[in-house]
Design a protein around this ligand. Sequence first.
Ligand SMILES: Cc1cc2nc3c(=O)[nH]c(=O)nc-3n(C[C@H](O)[C@H](O)[C@H](O)COP(=O)(O)OP(=O)(O)OC[C@H]3O[C@@H](n4cnc5c(N)ncnc54)[C@H](O)[C@@H]3O)c2cc1C
Length: 377
Amino acid sequence: MLSDKKEVVIIGAGFAGLTLAQKICKYKKILEVTVIDKKENMEFLPLLPDCIGREINPDNLATNIKALSNLLNFKFINEPVIELNINKNLIVTTNNVIKYDYLIISAGSEPNFYGNNELKKLVYTINNIKDIKTIKEKLKENFKNFVIIGAGYTGIEIATNIKIYLNKYNKEAKVILIEKGDTILPILPIWIKKYVEKKLKDMDILIYTNSQIKRLDKNLIEIYPSHLFDNALIIWSAGVKTAPFIDDLNLEKNNQGRIKVNRFLQINNNSFAMGDAALFIHKDVPLRMAVQFAISQANCVAYNIISLIKNKKLKKFIPQDLGYIIPIASNFSCGIILGVKVKGIIPTIMHFIMCIYRTNGIKNKIGIIKSLFKKYA
Ligand SMILES: Cc1cc2nc3c(=O)[nH]c(=O)nc-3n(C[C@H](O)[C@H](O)[C@H](O)COP(=O)(O)OP(=O)(O)OC[C@H]3O[C@@H](n4cnc5c(N)ncnc54)[C@H](O)[C@@H]3O)c2cc1C
């Protein structure tokens, strides 16, 4: 007998994808869930920079997706999606062609090299557990300079964590932040920029704004007008874009490749995008990439998929912004929580509490807590 269950396929098992899987796997009578991810593990990205300064074990940021699939009862395909045909409802991975009734794209984002493949070979990134393990190995070498390109919140987090690491191990090296715009944290309020700039200066982190790269080579960077840093570990943190398979889709996107979705988070009748992959315009600007929105969008998409299958009315996604924190490894973080300005140790503690709360698995949570209280030799 043919099953009339609907095939729901989720591309990307990050914050958004796994939250959605968790919600809809309960509806086994009406749907089958398949999750596709190129990685074996869901990775807790917000704590990656803290693996340097706080020496959190990167393995504590991983949750095995296969184990979750057994627990929640979804099918897991551990392969990258390389092509998608939205008109024919087909997904192509390295070894499979998958047909779907409902599709959800939650493939996150990755470093943006703006099409420059040479650049990619000369710099390091911090976007996954493999990256952070590489950087931790590199930190054992005696670099004279650590140059971080991009002074957004991730670049700042990386710079301050490297500085803390160097201080703890009495290593002599400069930490340099390079920003092509005329200020650090370009889109944030002035008081945050000023506060963070002061804290970076207190930590002896050098900041070069309005800076363009003049020359880039292996372990060497020269910026205009005439600053040269050799024996340098160069980390690229100058923007993100969506996964390459999205590049080829003939859909409305922004310059980061985020896919435009409607109020219900739909791309079309039977497909959705959420998390970093989705371009949701709120108060005339794109909703920022953040864990809280990846999770709340997944909850909304879960509701809407079940509603579509049951022929019920869809729910609009209304973002509830809890705020944000700029984590600074010297414990002088800052941000806005529930509309209130916060500075110093309180936002630092809140950053870790939120991260521990959202991390999967008791073993990982305990591992992270232990690292935070660990003294250095
Ligand atoms: C270093 C760093 C620090 C951050 N700090 C914070 C913070 O403090 N607070 C905050 O709110 N946000 C932070 N973010 C951003 C936050 O992590 C993202 O907004 C969030 O992860 C988005 O969730 P998502 O589910 O859309 O994507 P992700 O969690 O990135 O998941 C996407 C999944 O898709 C998979 N995927 C990608 N391409 C393919 C493909 N072709 N085929 C199959 N699978 C694919 C990936 O392997 C991944 O598992 C940080 C990000 C980074 C990198």
